[in-house]
Design a protein around this ligand. Sequence first.
Ligand code: CA
Ligand code: CA
Length: 207
Amino acid sequence: MRKSTIILWAKILIGLIIAIGVLLGYYYYQKNKELPYTNKETIFKNQPKEKNNQEIKISQNALKQWACSASVSSSYGTPEEENWSEKKLIGEPDVTKYGDCENAWAPGEENKGEEWIELEYQTHVYATAVKIYQSYNPGAVTKLEVKDEKGEYHTIWTGDDETSGLGSLDITFPKINFKTNIIKITLDTKKIPGWNEIDAVELVGIP
Ligand SMILES: [Ca+2]
Ligand SMILES: [Ca+2]
């Protein structure tokens, strides 16, 4: 092989190594980048605002989980066309900026009125918080219920959802005396004009 050919191949090889390095760097940057969600805390009405030692201990031992399955009253996405379907509620948030996005769930109609989503999690926990990540026209959540192991629903929170922009509604409450792995969220989609989209829902609790 001529010397000039060897130099050419060496240059191509170095170029390829640099290109792969840049692509890998970009991939890890995207993967580890924090999503720009802001949060709006709402507290169960009987709970004092100051955190006491007991609560701090609870938060340290808490398990954080993302939904592993979901069912809904209706959805814009069909089972074939998964975009905006209930499947988009599963796992951690993946909408990167405020706006209409197929990675979030959207109801079947824009402003029909009452809609609900029900999320299931891997591990049963004594729940202490639920965080609802909303990515488009937030503020329509009206109620949070948790289902006990006998299948009964318990209302944990009702009220005004003041989430704005790309934000999470964080509902914290005292540790409840039964374990749960299913939660149900009710929305009033009439209340907030436009499509009310939810990206993901986190359940926090003690296993
Ligand atoms: Ca609406
Ligand atoms: Ca999502």
